[in-house]
Design a protein around this ligand. Structure first.
Ligand code: PBG
Length: 335
């Protein structure tokens, strides 16, 4: 028989299985649940600080006390993990704040693990928030202009990841896109005695205009140039598979595709090709667009958000990093 019923069997009528909610649920192929969501949080020094991000309604730069409230509320709603970004008091040319034991992320990790030990703490490992120039690696200026140096940056990234593990991070997530950073981080973790700390690598991270609002949130906009010499060209899919293969060879335990919605083809290929735990990152611009349209009454925020997250699951994401994690978890509970 074929799907159009031209064989010896009765016609296949797809609508038979769409007649009621319970029937549709019975044959549903993909599910979205709160335990697949990760909430990114921005932390900076201070107390009782909730500094709003203009382009991301509902997202704040938080002092550690407020971070604990926010993390606790998300955890209570069913979100199992947070992804931490730090905004340091001072920036320099060697990103010292990224690997200082007294750095803002290191302090926040210790506080989170003390107050909410069952919440998974993932740390973003990058240098851009801590560099005066806002790039993700060490910058070298010469007659030809400025270059982002690859290999010298690896040592700083490895130090940052190790300092996060020492503070108690459950998972480290390098987002810098330097070549070889997963190998360098794995070696540093192993040497430091953290053989069981997993690496979630931002393996296929594209140079994307969808990161715009994030750079206000993390205060990490490059002061000159752009990130196209290290993040991927939006046109490339085969190269994304090579990036993922490299990171897995270097010891990544999980891989990420970023951004989310505009890169579902990449997500699908990464999941089917490698079969490793795969994350999607629904980035700041995706969140801002939904918020802006919803504020105008043009779309249904809840329905659009849940449909977008489901689409990432259908494409192959095992879990999703989203600024809407706590809201989505509550909506999913309401049913
Ligand atoms: C740091 C980093 C960025 C994002 C995650 N980690 C910014 C960038 O690469 O410019 C973007 C996240 C978002 O837009 O939500 N390198």
């Amino acid at each position: 028989m074929n799907a159009f019923g031209t064989g010896a069997f009765p016609a296949y009528r797809p609508r038979r299985l769409r007649q009621s909610g319970p029937l549709r649920a019975l044959v549903r192929e993909t599910r979205l649940s709160a335990e697949q969501l990760v909430l990114p949080l921005f932390v900076r020094s201070g107390t009782q600080l909730r500094r709003p991000i203009a382009a991301m309604p509902g997202v704040f730069q938080l002092s550690i006390d407020e971070l604990l409230h926010e993390a606790n509320a998300a955890h209570a709603a069913g979100v199992p993990a947070v992804l931490l970004f730090g905004i340091p008091d001072a920036k320099d040319a060697l990103a010292s704040g990224a690997y200082s034991p007294q750095g803002i992320v290191q302090q926040a990790v210790r506080a989170l693990k003390r107050e909410l030990p069952r919440l998974l703490v993932i740390t973003d490992v990058c240098l851009c928030e801590y560099m005066a120039h806002g790039h993700c690696g060490i910058v070298h200026h010469d007659a030809a202009g400025a270059r982002i140096l690859n290999d010298p940056s690896l040592q700083l990234l490895a130090r940052a990841a190790l300092s996060h593990a020492e503070a108690g991070a459950d998972i480290v997530a390098p987002s810098d896109m330097m070549d070889g950073r997963v190998r360098a981080i794995r070696a540093a973790l192993d040497e430091g005695g953290f053989v069981d700390t997993p690496i979630l690598s931002y393996a296929a991270k594209f140079a994307s205009a969808f990161y715009g609002p994030f750079r206000e949130a993390a205060e990490s906009a490059p002061q000159f140039g752009d990130r196209r010499s290290y993040q991927m060209d939006a046109a490339n899919a085969a190269e994304a598979l090579r990036e993922v293969a490299l990171d897995l060879q270097e010891g990544a335990d999980m891989v990420m595709v970023k951004p989310g919605l505009a890169y579902l083809d990449i997500l699908h290929r990464v999941k089917t090709e490698f079969g490793y735990p795969t994350a999607a990152y629904a980035v700041s611009g995706e969140y801002s667009m939904v918020k802006a349209a919803a504020a105008n009454g043009w779309i249904d925020e809840r329905a659009v958000t849940l449909e977008s997250l489901l689409a990432m699951r259908r494409a192959g994401a095992d879990f999703i990093i989203t600024y809407a994690a706590a809201d989505a978890a509550r909506w999913l509970k309401e049913g």
